[in-house]
Design a protein around this ligand. Structure first.
Ligand SMILES: *Cc1c(COP(=O)(O)O)cnc(C)c1O
Length: 370
């Protein structure tokens, strides 16, 4: 066994193709024929919230959506002016920032409503709210049995000038299974919720239910606005529409070593060479977002071909079997990319680690250079 070279200082690099985000945004704006909210939670699905937001706004989106109020304020501090909705905050939160920074907030219950009204009292200006109904996920949103009471209270607060109810929203549990009966149930419950809101006197101009999958596959779910996150970064959970993946993750080879048949590799020796071969070391591991469960299953693109990841993926490094390819230190491996050259994709990594693409793209660690 001969160590042919030692480590050179170099890092894994993540590149985001904003042209891909732009093309995806245009597709959703055209396909939906509705107002488009670019959902940029979790740092724009790991692609950079501000840059994805700006790109989407230039290519047909008119709204932004995030979970926490902090994420919304961060967009404002980056000088983004478009309407922003935040839908996941504790009722105990001080909602003053929502008013100061002109952020719309989702209201899933009476406690939230009281907190928002209190903030608007302090500010002397009404907060803008979207009443949120649970349409079948038992996660966020008011349950149907509390909905009429919430609408009534919101109508009173609106008449008192404390809030403006600008929207009613819901979120489908099985949008990625087009035609599943749960989607019709969700749509029906949403339509019921809108009718109840109107009966209580509310006239919310926005009604929004669809995320990426439903926007693509279920025209009846589109209402006045579609909230699209995954699709903008090239992920289609419905598996119906080719989109443009936007992430490329590369890493330089930091060392190579030639080993004999029978040489075991990595923690607990889960793989051994079956022939003499060249191994290449890449300086990234599960702390950088490569799922350890993809050990001995994943591949990377190196020296113009796919090479298997061998042995356990470690915290900071991974070994690749380059076979007979004369790989040298400093050569760059593509961990995943759009797939145009034959390199693995985010979808491949999701399959190799039994997860969804969302988890791969949002899991890339802070150490990776952007
Ligand atoms: C994440 C999220 C979305 C966006 O879903 P995608 O499938 O990524 O488009 C929309 N609405 C809510 C409430 C969400 O949490």
């Amino acid at each position: 066994m001969t160590a042919l070279a030692t480590a050179v200082p170099a890092a894994a690099t993540l590149e985001v193709d904003l042209e891909a985000v732009a093309a995806n945004t245009r597709l959703f704006a055209e396909r939906s024929g509705r107002a488009l909210m670019a959902v940029v939670k979790a740092d724009g699905f790991g692609h950079g919230a501000t840059q994805v937001a700006r790109t989407a706004l230039r290519n047909g989106a008119s709204w932004l959506g995030v979970t926490s109020l902090d994420e919304a304020v961060a967009l404002r501090l980056d000088d983004i002016d478009a309407p922003v909705l935040s839908w996941l905050n504790p009722a105990e939160l001080d909602f003053s920032a929502a008013i100061t920074y002109r952020v719309d907030v989702a209201v899933p219950g009476l406690e939230h409503l009281a907190a928002v009204v209190a903030a608007s009292d302090r500010a002397g200006r009404p907060a803008r709210v979207h009443l949120q109904l649970d349409v079948g996920m038992a996660r966020e949103g008011a349950s149907p049995r509390d909905w009429a009471r919430l609408c009534r209270a919101a109508d009173r607060a609106e008449r008192a000038g404390r809030i403006r109810v600008v929207g009613v929203m819901g979120h489908l549990a099985r949008g990625d299974e087009p035609g599943h009966p749960a989607n019709k149930e969700g749509r029906d419950r949403f339509a019921w919720g809108v009718a109840v809101a109107r009966r209580q006197g509310l006239r919310p101009p926005l009604r929004h239910l669809a995320a990426t999958a439903a926007t693509l596959t279920d025209p009846l779910s589109r209402h006045t606005l579609c909230r699209v996150g995954a699709g903008l970064v090239g992920i289609d959970p419905s598996g119906t529409t080719p989109l443009h993946p936007a992430m490329t993750l590369t890493a330089p080879v930091v060392s190579v070593r030639d080993v004999k048949a029978g040489t075991p590799v990595g923690y607990t020796h889960t793989w051994s060479a079956t022939r003499s071969t060249r191994l290449a070391l890449l300086p990234l591991g599960y702390a950088d977002g490569l799922p350890r469960s993809a050990s001995n299953r994943a591949e990377v693109w190196l020296h113009g071909r796919r090479c298997p990841v061998v042995g356990r993926i470690s915290m900071d490094q991974v070994v690749v079997d380059a076979g007979a390819a004369p790989v040298t230190v400093g050569e760059v491996a593509t961990v995943f990319g759009p797939g145009d050259l034959g390199e693995p994709t985010v979808a491949d990594w999701a399959r190799w680690s039994d997860t969804i693409e969302h988890e791969i793209v949002t899991g890339i660690g802070h150490r990776v250079r952007r």
